[in-house]
Design a protein around this ligand. Structure first.
Ligand code: HEC
Length: 170
């Protein structure tokens, strides 16, 4: 291979690299923790399934009176501050929780995306819990995912008597 063609190849590689850097600057894809191995939980109950996770893993910053990121998740306050409430972080451009749509729920992205801290300038803030690692276990992330995908209800739905245990996960 001549030196010249070598240079040409390098040039093409450089252009491709530049293009991918530009593309990344526009949309940084979320690298997700894989939750596929966790069995779905049917009819998730916010007070008994979700709030205890927040009480432990988000303590001091968002519970116990904490309001980091403008977000308080104390018992009694969490649901009203999360569901259909726009995120404080304007770069997020989405609600903290969007019922039936974890991909459009900033809280879920904050706990599930492994690469938030590596995005230059950290426009979406850091991965939560901010004190991590450790971050939330796959089991706890999956509970939050199932809760959202089932409609992010305030409590278990007593009228839902049928379920195959395999709904809501995507
Ligand atoms: C050590 C303190 C700390 C802990 C623990 C913590 N956070 Fe945060 N959280 C912050 C800070 C500071 C911000 C704002 C900066 C950022 O996003 O990185 C924030 C921002 C957020 C936001 C964005 C709020 C908005 O509207 O923009 C969400 C959602 C969030 N945290 C969820 C959680 C969850 C869920 C947990 C527990 C699993 C948790 N955090 C644990 C400190 C913490």
């Amino acid at each position: 291979m001549s030196k010249r063609s070598g240079e040409f190849n390098l040039g093409v590689a450089g252009v491709l690299l530049l293009a991918s850097v530009v593309a990344q600057a526009q949309v940084t894809p979320c690298v997700k923790d894989d939750l596929g191995a966790v069995p779905p939980k049917y009819n998730v109950d916010f007070p008994t399934d979700i709030q205890p996770i927040l009480d432990v893993a988000c303590a001091g910053c968002h519970t116990g009176g904490g309001t980091s990121g403008g977000l308080n998740m104390n018992v009694g306050a969490a649901f009203g501050n999360l569901v259909n409430v726009p995120a404080n972080n304007s770069a997020a451009n989405m609600p903290r929780i969007t019922p039936f749509d974890a991909a459009a729920s900033f809280l879920f992205q904050k706990i599930n995306c492994t690469n938030l801290n590596e995005i230059p300038g950290t426009p979406f803030g850091r991965r939560m819990p901010r004190s991590g690692p450790p971050y939330l276990s796959a089991a706890n992330q999956a509970l939050i995912l199932d809760w959202i995908e089932q409609g992010a209800r305030a409590a278990r739905d007593p009228d839902r008597i049928f379920g195959n245990g395999h709904e809501g996960r995507n």
